[in-house]
Design a protein around this ligand. Structure first.
Ligand code: URA
Length: 433
C-alpha cells in the first residue's frame, strides 16, 4: 500500500477502505508517513468528505492509537459528556455531580482551555488543592466509591488525534465535519463510557456558526458513536452569548456552586438541567419528564451539591472554598465596562468576549502559558437587555492592570446596540438522539 495512492483516491472522490485508513493512521502515528502527505489527505477529506463507513474506520483507528480506559465494570452506568467548546460553559461542574448523585458513574477526562474557550481542568485547578492527576487504580476506585472522578487527559490517550489536530490547525483543515467527528468521538471512545451526551454549541462563540452546520455535526457524531457501539445523543445549544454570567476559572466555579445551591437560575441552569436529563435518560432508560424531575430534585434537595463537595474533597480540593465562596482570591483590579450608548443589546460577538477574558489572564493563547485563576468577566447585560449610557455592561477581573484597557476595548467592540429589541433566540435548538 502507498500513501500516494490513498491521497489520489480521496482526491478523486472515491471511498477509502478500512485497511487504507488504518495504514494512514498507524503510519502517521509511527512517523512513517510525513506531515506533507497527511496534510494533503486532510485537505482531500476537507473537500471530498467521508462516508459513514470511512468516518467509523477513522474514529476507531484513532481511538485505538493509544491508551484506552476499560469501564466495563460499571456496566450500563458509565456516562460522559462533551461540549464542542464555548464561553462561560461551566456545565460539567454542575452536571457531573448531579448525575453521580443519581447513581450514574462519571469517569471523566477533561481538557484545558485553549483560545477563547475555557477548559474544565483549569476550572477545577482553581480550587486550592484539587489534583488533576491520579493513578488508574485510584481513579477507578474513586468512581466505584463516590460515582465520580475528573482528571486531565492522560498523556497517551489518542496520540493520533494529538498529532493530526496540530496538523489540521496549521493547514486550514479543522472545520471538516468528518475530521471533527473522528477527533472528538475517538477521544470519547478511548475514555470508555457506554453512554455519551454531546453538547454541540452554535453561534458567535462556537465552532459551528449556523444551526445547519451544528445539526449536521451533531447528527454525524451521534450516528458514528452509535455505529461504534455506544449510546449517544446530542443537544444543540446556543452560544450567541456567554452561558451564565461568569467567564474565567474561579468566577465560573462560584457560579456553578450558586446553581447547585439553588441561588441561580436562568440560561445556565436550563442548559445544565437539559444535559443532565439527557444523561440520566440514556443511563436509566427512563423518559424525559421522569429524568428531569430526578435532576431537579437532586439540585433542590442539596444532594448534587453534597456530591460536588464529596468529589472535590476526594481529589484533595479544599471544600471550605465551596462552602464559602468569598474565600476565593479576588484580583487586584476589578473594573466596570460602561455602556457608551442607550438602546438594546442586539448581538454579542461571544468569541471576542472570550478573547477579552484571555487578555485579562483567564485563558491562554499558547498551550504552555500560565493562567490567572482569579481573572475573568462578569457579564451584567446580555443580548435583548435594554441599557442606558453610563450603565455597567460587565465587570472585568484581573491581576494585570495593563490588561484592563485593551480588554475593555475588546469587550465594547463585541457588543452591538440598536433601537429595537432583537428576536429572542432559542437556548436549546434541538436534540439529536
Ligand atoms: N474539538 C476537537 O476535539 N477536535 C476537533 O476537531 C474540533 C474540536
Amino acid at each position: 500500500m502507498r500513501m500516494y495512492d490513498i491521497i489520489r483516491k480521496k482526491r478523486d472522490g472515491c471511498e477509502l477502505s478500512a485497511e487504507e485508513i488504518r495504514f494512514f493512521i498507524d503510519g502517521y502515528v509511527q512517523d512513517r508517513i510525513p506531515d506533507y502527505q497527511a496534510a494533503a489527505l486532510c485537505m482531500a477529506i476537507y473537500y471530498r468528505g467521508m462516508t459513514d463507513a470511512e468516518t467509523v474506520a477513522m474514529t476507531e483507528c484513532m481511538a485505538q492509537s493509544g491508551d484506552t480506559v476499560d469501564l466495563s465494570r460499571f456496566g450500563a452506568l458509565s456516562v460522559d459528556k462533551h461540549s464542542t467548546g464555548g464561553v462561560g460553559d461551566k456545565t460539567s461542574l454542575i452536571i457531573c455531580p448531579i448525575v453521580a448523585s443519581l447513581g450514574c458513574k462519571v469517569a471523566k477526562m477533561s481538557g484545558r482551555g485553549l483560545g477563547h474557550t475555557g477548559g474544565t481542568v483549569d476550572k477545577l485547578e482553581s480550587i486550592p488543592g484539587y489534583r488533576v492527576t491520579m493513578s488508574q487504580e485510584a481513579f477507578m476506585h474513586q468512581v466505584e466509591e463516590i460515582g465520580i472522578a475528573v482528571i486531565g487527559q492522560s498523556g497517551n490517550l489518542t496520540p493520533a488525534d494529538k498529532k493530526l489536530y496540530a496538523l489540521r490547525d496549521v493547514t486550514a483543515t479543522v472545520d471538516s465535519i468528518p475530521l471533527i467527528t473522528s477527533s472528538i468521538m475517538s477521544k470519547k471512545l478511548a475514555a470508555g463510557s457506554r453512554n455519551i451526551v454531546l453538547d454541540v454549541k452554535v453561534g458567535s462563540g462556537a465552532f459551528m456558526k449556523t444551526p445547519q452546520t451544528a445539526t449536521e455535526l451533531a447528527r454525524t457524531m451521534v450516528n458514528i458513536g452509535k455505529q461504534c457501539g455506544r449510546n449517544v445523543s446530542a443537544l444543540i445549544t446556543d452560544m450567541n452569548r456567554p452561558l451564565g454570567r461568569a467567564i474565567g476559572n474561579t468566577l465560573e466555579v462560584i457560579e456553578a456552586v450558586e446553581v447547585l445551591t439553588g441561588k441561580r437560575r436562568g440560561d445556565l441552569y436550563e442548559v445544565s438541567v437539559a444535559l443532565a436529563t439527557e444523561m440520566v435518560t440514556l443511563v436509566k432508560g427512563i423518559n424525559d419528564p421522569e429524568a428531569r424531575s430526578l435532576v431537579i430534585d437532586a439540585i433542590d434537595s442539596g444532594a448534587a451539591f453534597d456530591k460536588l463537595k464529596e468529589w472535590i474533597a476526594a481529589q484533595g480540593g479544599d471544600i471550605r472554598y465551596l462552602q464559602d465562596t468569598s474565600r476565593f482570591e479576588t484580583p487586584s483590579c476589578i473594573t466596570p465596562v460602561i455602556s457608551p450608548a442607550d438602546g438594546y443589546i442586539t448581538a454579542m460577538d461571544t468569541e471576542r468576549i472570550g478573547s477579552a477574558a484571555v487578555l485579562l489572564g483567564a485563558g491562554r493563547s499558547r498551550k504552555d502559558e500560565p493562567i490567572d485563576y482569579a481573572a475573568g468577566i462578569i457579564v451584567e447585560q446580555k443580548t435583548g437587555d435594554r441599557v442606558s449610557a453610563g450603565e455597567v455592561l460587565a465587570t472585568l477581573y484581573s491581576n494585570d492592570e495593563r490588561a484592563i484597557s485593551p480588554a475593555t476595548e475588546r469587550y465594547l467592540g463585541a457588543i452591538s446596540f440598536g433601537d429595537e429589541p432583537p428576536e429572542s433566540g432559542k437556548l436549546i435548538l434541538g436534540v439529536v438522539g
